[in-house]
Structures are given as C-alpha cells and as structure tokens.
Write a protein that binds this ligand. Structure first.
Ligand SMILES: [Zn+2]
Length: 138
C-alpha cells in the first residue's frame, strides 16, 4: 500500500483509532462543501444586488435624514453579512483545494490529523479540537 494521497481519500490523515476515509465519505464532504460554496456565492451576489438597489433607491427618493440613517445601518449590516459569507466561502474553497491536493484533514496549527469525525461534522475545519480550543481561549 502506498502512502501517497489518493483521490478516493485513502491517503488522508485520520486520528488514532479512526477508520481511513472512504471514497463515499470524501464524496459526501466534497459535495457538502461544493453545495455550501454555491449557496454562499448566490447569497453574496444577492446582497451585492440588494445594496446596489438600496443605494439607487436612496438617490432617487431623496429620503429624510432618519430614513437615510436606517438605510445606512441596514447596508452596513448587509456588508457585514457579505463579509461573513465571503469568509465562509474562502474557508470552504480552501478545504476543497486541500481535498484535491491530498492534504485535507491536517491541522493548520500543529500538523496533526484533525480527525475524520470532526471533519464529517465540520467539513470546513482547519484546526484540530485542541488547537481550536486554544485559539478560542486567546
Ligand atoms: Zn492542531
């Protein structure tokens, strides 16, 4: 048996005591990430469109100040949501790239396997549980 990464997931790292990745599990994670990326891209495009519409409406309507303030707040919130969606999309695309590169499941901080169980639950995870907890405590 070769240790080189294989597209069916057999070469991906797992934690001690975990079964190796199966092609089915990897396909499931890949499909989940791809679905999510598609949804996020649609969400980002829609928010960008909404913001453009809102800006056009404000220009056209000549709103009074209170109304304009509310609208500015809403736009800010939408921008924050877009940023969040963009971050998730970046993470998801990085995970997909790592699956293709055969490095999926390696903790970005300590280099240990993240664990298959964790990745099946959180396909975008880039840190093992220990590193994640350390990061959250900071
Ligand atoms: Zn780690």
């Amino acid at each position: 048996m070769s240790a080189a990464p294989r597209p069916d997931g057999a070469g991906l790292p797992v934690r001690l005591g975990e079964e190796p990745w199966t092609a089915t599990e990897l396909a499931q994670v890949r499909a989940e990430l791809a679905d999510e990326a598609e949804g996020l891209r649609a969400e980002i495009a829609k928010t960008a469109y909404d913001i453009a519409e809102a800006l056009a409406a404000v220009r056209d309507a000549g709103d009074d100040e209170a109304d304009a303030g509310t609208k500015a707040f809403e736009r800010e919130r939408e921008l924050a949501l877009t940023q969040n969606a963009q971050d998730l999309l970046d993470q998801g695309e990085r995970a997909l790239g790592r699956i293709n590169a055969g490095t999926y499941g390696v903790c970005e901080s300590c280099g240990q396997p993240i664990g298959k169980a964790r990745l099946l639950a959180f396909p975008r995870a880039t840190l093992c549980v220990a590193c994640k907890q350390r990061q959250e405590r900071r």
